[in-house]
Design a protein around this ligand. Structure first.
Ligand code: NAD
Length: 293
């Protein structure tokens, strides 16, 4: 049966590596990487994400700065805060927690972040560079970067292989497909309008599933020995669980783990990698800005 790709373990290793580098940077040039997080409104889930990001920063020695703005703030106010972080030398990464309130235009706000501090990798110019041959973005979005890191650390060969990404969202599917292509895989994208998706996924040596449909990918969608990265996080009813539900991926783990060569569990696969990659992007940014090798 498939080797389990342990994202929790890899994320811990990555965080430890980052902590070592942060300490070295502080000792050698007296600079501490800084991440600024802007939260607009009071969505409970967004507050939790922001809190987790701050805690993760503290644990590796990255300084975090937070701005909380009321739900009825104007787009201009948000952009003013971004502008002041853009010119603040102690801030190396700027992150606007999404979703923004409905009266704001995401693109206007994301466009205001300096591309050199865009640690989420959502600035249109960074995405454009990701899509271009011979160009590299300053930053790659954290969740797809985490998927690639898992493939690399588990020695999954990408060059010349067939990869299928299921889902084409701006934050996961689309950048994941671009990254696989940059790593020299031959990439197909399966989405909500694809007919007979299983005929396409069955050809894949690597599958990245980022859909949001519980257990969509069945055992018979998978080629024997394929590497499966399951990004999906889907609650399903479970009367046995104290919360009344449990989380499952987009891939039917029980079936897939009998066919695949390697697979990420949910939870404990891609999930823990996302914040680790945010820390990695922030450190990378501080190193680049201060020319610290
Ligand atoms: P999204 O809703 O923005 O995009 C879903 C994509 O799946 C769309 O491109 C759509 O075309 C495609 N799709 C929908 N139904 C389909 C079907 N039946 N067959 C094939 N494709 C289909 O979602 P997202 O933000 O990309 O997130 C996807 C999943 O990943 C969700 O479960 C989300 O919770 C999870 N997620 C996890 C992390 C993490 O682990 N850190 C981060 C982001 C998202």
């Amino acid at each position: 049966s498939a080797k389990v790709i342990d994202g929790k373990l890899v994320a811990k290793q990555v965080r430890e590596e980052i902590a070592v580098e942060v300490t070295k940077m502080k000792d050698v040039i007296g600079i501490v990487p800084g991440l600024a997080v802007i939260l607009v409104g009071s969505r409970k889930d967004s507050q939790t994400y922001v809190r987790n990001k701050k805690k993760a920063c503290e644990a590796v020695g990255i300084k975090s700065y937070e701005v909380n703005l009321p739900e009825d703030s104007s787009e201009e106010e948000v952009i003013q805060h971004i502008a002041s972080f853009n010119s603040d030398p102690s801030v190396h990464g700027i992150l606007v927690q999404l979703p923004l309130p409905r009266h704001m235009n995401d693109e206007n706000v994301l466009n205001a972040v300096s591309i050199e501090k865009d640690v989420d990798g959502f600035h249109p110019l960074n995405i454009g560079r990701l899509a271009m041959q011979g160009r590299d973005p300053f930053f790659v979005p954290c969740t797809p970067k985490g998927c690639m890191e898992l493939l690399h650390r588990y020695g999954v060969e990408i060059k010349g292989k067939r990869a299928v990404v299921i889902g084409r969202s701006n934050i996961v599917g689309m950048p994941a497909a671009l990254l696989l292509q940059k790593a020299n895989a031959t990439v197909s994208i399966v989405h909500s309008q694809t007919k007979n998706p299983e005929e396409i996924t069955r050809q894949a040596d690597i599958i990245i599933a980022a859909v949001g449909v519980a257990n969509l990918v069945r055992g018979n969608w998978i080629k024997s020995g394929a590497a499966i990265i399951d990004v999906g996080i889907n609650p399903v009813d479970d009367p046995e669980s104290p919360r009344g539900y449990r989380l499952v991926g987009d891939v039917c783990y029980e079936e897939a783990s009998k066919v695949a060569g390697a697979i990420t569990p949910v939870p404990g696969g891609v999930g823990p990698m996302t914040i680790a990659m945010l820390l990695s992007n922030t450190l990378e940014s501080a190193k680049r800005i201060h020319n610290f090798k």
